[in-house]
Design a protein around this ligand. Structure first.
Ligand SMILES: NC(=O)c1ccc[n+]([C@@H]2O[C@H](COP(=O)([O-])OP(=O)(O)OC[C@H]3O[C@@H](n4cnc5c(N)ncnc54)[C@H](OP(=O)(O)O)[C@@H]3O)[C@@H](O)[C@H]2O)c1
Length: 286
């Protein structure tokens, strides 16, 4: 079987708008920083698309637009296969700022539309103004949907009260074994409302690959610690993981992590090693 023929087998989750997206995508933070690494990064992203990880997450912030350029190169000629996510900085979250930032992102991405446009984190601009700008971009066809990132439960509640706030499609937050405060409230809150959460840094920016507490579970599955960390973030419905991998071996391992079925024993062991929150913790972000 050719690698791209495996793509149809990726499980999906449904966004409130009714679109099904793969529960495993690809991140791009730190890509586009160094011209010498650019072609390797493009190759890695293309391989990921071949393997069905067609949701790509980028942002105007990453490498000051460089990651969007790498993404643009990787999706050239295959835009239709990809679900493209990018983000606007809070410093550009005013109405005119969002319009300008989106135009610049589209240019760097080499496309005429972003599938899902996120507010990277909350800044000083009133939420209503940013949401109105997102809705205007939707009207113009420059974005298909919008969402938020680094929003805690109270921010999500506030967003729900803003005009068109109910059109939010996702909240992208830090979620991995070492940073699992959202298990207490934000994840159940989001699941109840049918809003998938996008888990960023699912491998702890690489730190979890070196965590010996994962070794026994990894050994039982003949897997790596990174794969177990990834499988753990995707263990429940309504979570989309977006690991970043610039090495082909890592890309393949991440795809294979989807096939790992963690048992109750594994989950209990991981809960002992990385205790779940027993009370509200403020949302962590990096
Ligand atoms: N919204 C936000 O505020 C926010 C914040 C942070 C991140 N994000 C998004 O989330 C994405 C993922 O988070 P992240 O990049 O911070 O961290 P991450 O995905 O947890 O970790 C990335 C690191 O793990 C390594 N890696 C990937 N797959 C591996 C594997 N199978 N085995 C061993 N090592 C592996 C990568 O190495 P190689 O690159 O060498 O393969 C890289 O060093 C970002 O790229 C970005 O798109 C969003």
């Amino acid at each position: 079987m050719k690698e791209h023929e495996m793509s149809s087998s990726l499980p999906t989750t449904r966004l409130p708008a009714g679109i099904d997206v793969p529960v495993l995508g690809q991140g791009t933070w730190n890509m586009g920083e160094d011209r010498r690494r650019r072609s390797d990064e493009v190759v890695a992203l293309k391989l990921g698309i071949d393997l069905g990880m067609t949701l790509i997450d980028t942002a105007e912030m990453y490498a000051s637009g460089g990651a969007e350029e790498v993404t643009g190169e990787a999706i050239e000629g295959r835009r239709e296969e990809v679900f493209l996510v990018s983000k606007v900085l809070p410093s550009n979250a005013s109405r005119s700022g969002v319009m300008r930032a989106c135009e610049a992102s589209l240019k760097r991405l080499g496309t005429d539309r972003i599938d899902l446009y996120l507010l990277h984190w909350r800044g000083g601009t009133p939420l209503g103004e940013t949401v109105a700008a997102f809705e205007a971009l939707k009207q113009q066809g420059k974005i298909l949907h919008w969402g938020v990132s680094n929003f805690d439960t109270d921010d999500m509640e506030e967003l729900a009260g803003v005009a068109s706030g109910e059109a939010v499609q996702t909240n992208q937050v830090l979620y991995n074994l070492s940073s699992r405060g959202v298990d207490f409230d934000l994840l159940p809150w989001s699941r109840q409302r049918g809003i998938p959460v996008m888990a960023y840094s699912p491998i702890g920016q690489g730190d979890l690959t070196r965590d010996s507490k994962l070794a026994p579970v990894a050994e039982r599955h003949g897997a790596t610690a990174a794969q177990i960390a990834l499988a753990w973030t995707m263990r429940q419905p309504g979570v989309i993981a977006i690991p970043k991998a610039s090495r082909p071996g890592h890309v393949r391992d991440n795809r294979a992590a989807l096939d790992i079925e963690l048992t109750e024993t594994d989950i209990a062991e991981l809960d002992r090693a990385f205790p779940p929150p027993s009370r509200k913790r403020p949302l962590e972000m990096i």
